[in-house]
Design a protein around this ligand. Structure first.
Ligand code: IMP
Ligand code: MG
Length: 170
């Protein structure tokens, strides 16, 4: 396990992202919709870094299975409990990898006629992209390495680490 991004770097960057989202959404509420489970810690810090009022919602998507590679198959396992029609929406994700998950989710949400629809992701691995995704707020671009911590898991482990770490093959 090797530290890639420290807890301190993450917090500094999230303050900047919060300010950017505030600037783009001077009036609230902004619907922050986090993708379970990986985005839960980022969501908690991002919501508190914003001054614009927000409302918190969750969706569940399964695309990954338990390994390190995407199955390419996406399914909505938990839908929203509310309508987003006419609202400002920021989808909150831990990492954009192949883009399969967000490419699918953005199509689903766009059909529901939100006033605006954007993506905030803590991490982005642009080299791995298979489907196009327009990401408005990116915490850190990272190389093609498998990372854990700060919400991200490997087979459900390591989500509670404060830093983002590279999980090296043993
Ligand atoms: P995508 O659909 O390939 O963009 O996958 C996005 C999802 O894959 C993320 O929400 C994560 O759950 C998972 N994922 C992708 N890369 C990593 C990684 O390096 N560590 C942990 N999870 C990852
Ligand atoms: Mg995820």
């Amino acid at each position: 396990m090797r530290v890639l991004i420290t807890a301190e770097q993450i917090q500094t960057r999230i303050q900047e992202l919060g300010a950017e989202i505030d600037r783009d959404h001077p009036t609230g509420p902004v619907y922050l919709i986090a993708i379970l489970k990986g985005a839960f810690i980022f969501l908690a810090d991002l919501a508190r870094a914003m001054k614009t009022p927000s409302r918190i919602e969750f969706v569940g998507i399964s695309s990954y299975g338990r390994g390190k590679t995407s199955s390419g198959e996406v399914r909505l396992t938990k839908d929203l409990d509310v309508s987003i029609e006419g609202h400002d929406v920021v989808v909150v994700e831990d990492i954009v990898d192949s883009g399969v998950t967000l490419n699918y989710l953005m199509k689903v949400f766009a059909q529901r006629k939100p006033k605006s629809l954007r993506i905030a992701t803590l991490l982005d691995k642009p080299e791995r992209r298979q489907r196009p995704v327009e990401v408005h707020y990116v915490g850190f671009k990272i190389p093609d390495e498998f990372v854990v911590g700060y919400g991200l898991d490997y087979a459900e482990d390591y989500r509670n680490l404060r830093d983002v770490c590279v999980l090296e093959e043993s």
